[in-house]
Write a protein that binds this ligand. Sequence first.
Ligand code: LCS
Length: 393
Amino acid sequence: MNTKDKGFNTKLIHAGAFDDEFGSATVPIYQSSTFKFKSAQHGADCFSGASDGYIYTRIANPTIRALEQNIAQLENGYGGIATSSGMGAISSVYMALLGAGSHIVSSRAVYGPARGVLEQDFSRFGVEATFVNTADTNNIVAAIKQNTKVLYIETPANPTMEITDIAACAEIAKAHNLILVVDNTFCSPYLQKPLELGADVVLHSITKFINGHADIVGGVIVTKGPELYKKIRHCMVYLGCNMDPTQAFMVIRGVKTLSIRIDRAEENAMKIARYLEAHPKVAWIKYPGLESHPQYELAKKQMSGFGSMMSFGLKGGYEAGEKLMNNVHLALLAVSLGGVETLIQHPASMTHAAVSKENKLAAGITDDLVRFSVGIEDVDDIIEDLKNGLANC
Ligand code: LCS
């Protein structure tokens, strides 16, 4: 079915799906590493591009392609590239867009390894990176140099919930001839469409909201146009970080309920945010749906909903954060986010324990920061869990 002009929920269910000879109602898992050519000429045509037949699953596969087309339509982009992980997506994009002597300006509060791979690895190949608080776009302009090629933002950012103005970044990128890349993991295409706001490339850790069930790791990239699509797909194929067909099948299944999962989680998140905002042991809370969020107006403008991620600080600091982790029982004490189950983590004692205090603060991560990914359980049960946990902090 051609779903290009259909609504978002119809796309969730049908975009990218295709008919097979048995009338399968779902996209089958084509668990095959390689594909038979009909003849030597057909093989030659597949390699030259004269035929769009499948060759080898690292390059393309019908199940994976169905997912890629689904997400590309959800983001209103040209084409999708599915990867084995979110980091596979990020590394493919860096490899395609950066080279020796080039420079990238990035949000200071991006997902740690998205920064780490630039500082520790791409630096060895002569790539320079500058990290700034992109919530203030003046910082971006100040960081741009003659050799800057890419502006990379994550909004809302993990775990600080800083929000960056995508449309303003697109203007800056256009004026300075940069490629604007947006990590849209925290929103998913249901709540935010960066390509419509002027970005050139959008990417996701598909592990999170798009799959939504904490059972696979994966990533996806969507480009606005064909040129970047070809360039990035080439690097993904050469890096060899393709998604697996069964992984793609799981995501095709998960994405169908994206909007109803997010609506439910957001409804819970709003109530929890208000509860935490009024709690005497909570020093601060950052949730885009609260008027107290420093970029509440921007969130309202560029997001169609506020999502279900939040961070908050405890008056008791680091020790209280550790105590809360040990005193909640419904919320799973685990990294990752965006699933149907509520997750809690304390970056200072967990994910960022090895990062120096100076670098943590530079990225906006304070010792008291607790990250909360709200699930779709009964909200009263989640609040009860937090209430009991906070009583001991
Ligand atoms: N982008 C964002 C915003 C992320 O939160 C993550 C993972 C990635 C990219 C990388 O994706 P992955 O390779 O893991 O699929 N974030 C994680 C987190 O906050 N805790 O564990 C993983």
